[in-house]
Design a protein around this ligand. Structure first.
Ligand code: N01
Length: 546
């Protein structure tokens, strides 16, 4: 069949790629500036992460009250979360409510995956091409493509030979899956698996969990939001939001300057116990040295290990489920927040296989062989994770000045100034890009801060009739060094984590998020803007770089 020429009549002020929380707010904000905007999204609806990750048990790991958008008071007042940690269906209802309230859908085009984004040779903006064979152009292109949106390639031998269904947590069937009466295998024990294992176990005849590396998981203590909690939030919302923004994670974690190693074992135990009982992320924020000191981390790791042993009745299973400090320091892989995870291993219909002892040899027609044993099952679930932070952008063919490709520039690790813009790629913004706090914070707060900064920046550029803005090489270099320096002061680089790109074979090992804390980062962004976008090159129409 002859190739069709792409359509060319789609010009906008801004193209936003992705209709998750970032793309939705970006659209709303830019409309407020009177700009024409098109949002292009691969899914059939808005919601990003919460659109794709529909596996049973999927929940937010930040308290729902803190997770909703904060930019609109009326929205905050009118929306009622039903649980402390909202489920994916509730989050998707919220997404649709926001989309309707701000009339967002009319500028969104779904089932449209951006494949190529090319900086125009005349220096005036970007042209993107999609898998629908359409072409769109705009002065600005904003990648609101998420940090965990491209699954890593499935690097398991024989997976295509399996005769039964293979379900992926990151692309779960919209109609759901009924596991009743089935023998199920699941590969992976990261956050997704830890949330879905208890739910699948409730249905399956038998569930076999294949674990390569155990994770530290903390109970969410999820519960309905009580009338008292709702009333408290209604009365103090602004204070709580400000408190979240003042903390490193941009969430209320009761972080403080106390040091685990300067606290008596009894007081430390009491504090860990209090936070363990409260549930969620607070345990890992108990002491400032939990980020930087291996011995401090060991105190928290020992505490969680003890909890695992107390919960899991079979000592061998408990041993397999318990990470040890020689594997990686607690927190260096993203802490998981669960509902009944460890308890699930006390069920008769659940077993765990340690792939550390005997790795997967291959997947077969009817199950899986490790180097030791054969396992049979009817359905396979993959919870194998993402090519985080850079995967989506590297897979898109993004070409900047003189056709330079982003993926070549990032071959030895992502480079971006403030995680917002990349030298050589004028008028292209990234929301929560590598080098920004992003995944080390409450993502909604990080998204709002970036969206507002980008909108202000575009407004500044427009008011001064500047045609292009681009990160300066020197400023980018300095920021990338700073991100690395801050990370190297911690022990987070010791794990083979997705923060490091180490979960993807062949990916350069670089710590990608900025962990200097949300307040310091936001202050730096504000300073840069107040100083006339220091570290950026702003060019007028006459000097636009082609
Ligand atoms: O992915 P992961 P995830 N053979 O990379 C294993 C966010 N999130 O989707 O550690 C065998 O954490 C891999 O083993 P190992 C959250 O930020 C949030 O679970 O590489 N095993 C690991 O156990 C989270 O951190 C929520 O040795 C293989 C697992 O698969 C991030 O998303 C919920 C393998 C992958 O774990 C990613 O979580 C869910 C192989 N070939 C996710 N390849 C919330 O609560 C991989 N594995 C909001």
């Amino acid at each position: 069949m002859a190739e069709q020429a792409p359509k060319t009549d789609n010009h906008y002020d801004v193209i936003v790629v992705g209709a998750g929380f970032a793309g939705m707010y970006m659209l709303h904000k830019l409309r407020g500036l009177g700009m024409s905007v098109k949002v292009l999204e691969a899914g059939t609806g808005a919601g990003g992460t919460w659109y794709w990750n529909r596996y049973p048990g999927a929940r937010v790991d930040i308290e729902s009250m803190e997770y909703g958008y904060s930019f609109d008071k009326e929205l905050e007042r009118e929306w009622r979360w039903s649980e402390r940690f909202a489920t994916q269906p509730e989050l998707l209802r919220y997404v649709n409510h926001v989309a309707e309230k701000f009339d967002l859908l009319r500028d969104m085009q779904f089932e449209t995956r951006v494949e190529t984004a090319v900086y125009d040779e005349d220096g005036q903006g970007w042209t993107v091409q999609t898998d629908t064979d359409e072409e769109f152009s705009a002065r600005f292109c904003i990648m609101a493509t998420g940090c965990l949106s491209t699954p890593k390639n499935i690097d398991i031998l024989g997976i295509e030979d399996f005769k039964g269904p293979v379900y992926k947590t990151f692309d779960w069937p919209r109609e759901g899956v009924d596991f009743h009466g089935q023998k199920v295998g699941i590969i992976g024990t990261g956050s997704s698996a830890i949330q879905t294992i208890p739910e699948i176990a409730k249905q399956a005849a038998h569930l076999t969990v294949f674990q390569r590396t155990p994770n530290y998981s903390i109970p969410a203590r999820n519960a309905p939001i009580s009338a008292e909690m709702q009333a408290d939030w209604d009365a103090n919302r602004d204070t709580y939001r400000a408190q979240a923004r003042s903390e490193g994670f941009a969430a209320i974690t009761e972080s403080n300057e106390n040091l685990a190693l300067e606290t008596s074992p009894e007081d430390r135990e009491r504090e860990y116990e209090r936070r363990w009982k409260f549930g969620g992320l607070r345990l890992v924020a108990a002491y400032a040295d939990l980020l930087t000191d291996e011995d401090a981390k060991k105190t928290a790791a020992d505490f969680v290990a003890r909890k695992i042993r107390e919960t899991v009745t079979d000592p061998k299973t408990a041993g397999i489920l318990t990470p040890t400090p020689d594997m990686y320091p607690i927190g260096a892989k993203r802490i998981c927040i669960d509902t009944g995870y460890y308890e699930t291993f006390n069920r008769d219909n659940v077993s765990i296989v340690s792939l550390r002892d005997a790795p997967i040899d291959k997947v077969t027609e009817n199950g899986l062989n490790t180097t030791n044993e054969e396992y049979g099952f009817d359905a396979l679930v993959l919870a194998t994770g993402f090519d985080a932070m850079t995967g989506t952008l590297n897979r898109m063919n993004i070409c900047g000045v003189n056709g330079a490709k982003l993926k070549d520039k990032w071959a030895d690790g992502a480079r971006a100034y403030l995680g917002l813009m990349v030298a050589g790629f004028p008028n292209l913004f990234v929301v929560t890009g590598p080098g920004s706090p992003s995944v080390f914070t409450n993502m909604i707060m990080a998204i709002e801060q970036h969206v507002e900064w980008i909108a202000d920046c575009i407004s500044h550029v427009n008011e001064r009739q500047i045609s292009t803005i681009e990160a300066a090489e020197a400023a980018e270099e300095e920021w990338v060094s700073h991100v690395a320096e801050v990370a190297s002061a911690t022990v987070l680089q010791r794990a083979d984590s997705w923060y490091m790109g180490a979960n993807v074979p062949g990916k350069t090992r670089v710590f990608m998020p900025y962990i200097g804390g949300f307040p310091a980062y936001a202050e730096k962004c504000n300073e840069v803007a107040a100083n006339g976008y220091e570290g950026f090159e702003l060019r007028g129409a006459a000097e636009a770089r082609a």
